[in-house]
Write a protein that binds this ligand. Structure first.
Ligand code: NIG
Ligand code: FE
Length: 415
């Protein structure tokens, strides 16, 4: 007998993944999924799947009972490991202070850097595990987490080790990104700090062996295109795949750099131009849009329609960080629909399969196709449309990670 981990059956709507157009969904009515060895072994109509894989033979049978079943959400851009509290900056921004003003006064990222340098390993780990629990309860089964609140070799390495420990401990699959070039530390010059990132931090990150990606904040007043290029080239030589924070607050050319470097993703893109979009498509760089950041800053949103029209596999992420304190991919998808005029299907593809592409996961992650990791959600609602439609409400009821039930009734249940 096969080792049948789970059978989830009776889904009113089972979302398999994007259809051939990439902008609509392949769904099954009264659908089921069977899981063997943590991966999807069969997906289709309940009658067919349960004939081959009887729920009674499974370690866990889940009757979706007329509710929707979706691939787990993939959140491809967060700064989810931090310490301290910046809620007062939220209030200051509402009174008209800009993100750049706060940073220039030593607040923002630099304030979180001080809090992280003062925190010990156990505090950092418990902060991250707490955030992962909340993300999981909101349906996220894979999340990227960046370093970048250390800004010195020792603390950057410490952050990556904590991210690695959290990945070992927690059912959410955590993808580590090195981002020593997240800000210029207080009292330092950008060129001189770039030297440190390239000559000291990246070799140390390579020998510690935790990070998959190297990201850089290519932004006016932070790292120039030339400095960002140096960081990404050194990272690539150390085996770290490039990612770029590009055109978030101004247009300086980070998107073209992402294309030139063959980055996995270019993120934010509020000020990306038509030429930038063409360059991304040409170089197969996945655009990651972060509507929660624009929402929190009261800023404009990226032009999702232009990216979709160009055929780019638009991804969406929360950008969860002390400046954008939302764990919820459902909320990011709601903003994608309401503020960026994406359809609920486009938003779901953006937060599942395309988000997996933004993390170089090409193993079916973000879909429920045969062979994909069995990360899936049972909603407390009949269709995927309810994810953005019920904005502000968590419609995720049950979560399976690698075929094991890890969250029920909106509460985490893993050991
Ligand atoms: O993606 N842009 C740089 N990094 C974050 C903000 C981090 C912070 O403010 O702590 C972002 O928006
Ligand atoms: Fe970011």
């Amino acid at each position: 007998m096969t080792d049948l981990d789970a059978v989830v059956h009776g889904a009113s709507e089972l979302v398999v993944g994007p259809d051939g157009s990439g902008r609509a969904l392949e769904t099954v009515e009264d659908g089921a999924v069977a899981v063997v060895d943590g991966t999807v072994a069969a997906v289709g109509p309940t009658e067919d799947v349960t004939r081959e894989y009887p729920p009674g033979n499974a370690r866990r049978a889940v009757d979706a009972g007329g509710r929707a079943v979706l691939p787990g959400f993939v959140d491809p851009h967060t700064h989810g490991l931090f310490a301290g509290d910046r809620s007062d900056e939220f209030a200051a921004k509402l009174r008209g202070k800009s993100y750049q003003d706060i940073l220039a006064e030593g607040g923002g990222i630099l304030r979180t850097v001080r809090a992280v340098r003062d925190a010990d390993d156990e505090t950092l780990l418990s902060n991250l595990l707490g955030h992962l629990d909340t993300m999981l309860a909101h349906g996220t089964t894979t999340v990227e987490v960046k370093s970048g609140y250390g800004l010195d070799t020792e603390t950057e390495l410490q952050m990556l080790r904590v991210i690695d420990r959290a990945d070992d401990r927690h059912p959410v699959d955590v993808v580590p990104t090195f981002m020593g070039a997240h800000a210029v530390p207080e009292g330092r010059d950008a060129d001189d700090y770039t030297d440190e990132v390239v000559e000291e931090q990246i070799p140390a990150v390579e020998s510690q062996g935790v990070a998959d990606f190297c990201d850089v904040f290519c932004e006016e007043g932070v790292f120039s295109v030339a400095q960002s290029r140096r960081v990404l080239e050194a990272g690539a030589e150390a085996g770290l795949t490039p990612k770029v924070h590009a055109e978030e607050l101004a247009h300086i050319g980070g998107t073209q750099l992402a294309a030139e470097m063959g980055a996995t993703s270019a993120d934010h893109l509020l000020y990306a131009t038509e030429e930038d979009i063409d360059a991304l498509v040409e170089a197969s760089v996945t655009p990651v849009l972060l509507p929660g950041t624009a929402f929190g800053l009261g800023a404009d949103y990226a032009d999702a329609g232009a990216f979709l029209e160009s055929g780019a596999p638009v991804a969406v992420a929360t950008d969860f960080n002390p400046n954008c304190h939302s764990h919820s991919m459902g909320f990011a998808m709601a903003l994608s629909c309401v503020e960026m005029r994406m359809t609920p299907a486009e938003a779901l593809v953006a937060g599942t399969r395309n988000a997996a592409l933004a993390l170089d996961r090409e193993d079916g992650s973000g879909t429920l196709r045969e062979g994909a990791p069995a990360d899936l959600l049972v909603l407390d609602a009949p269709t995927h449309v309810h994810v953005p439609y019920q904005y502000g409400t968590n419609v995720v009821d049950t979560v399976l990670a690698d075929g094991a039930v890890v969250c029920e009734d909106g509460r985490t249940t893993y050991e």
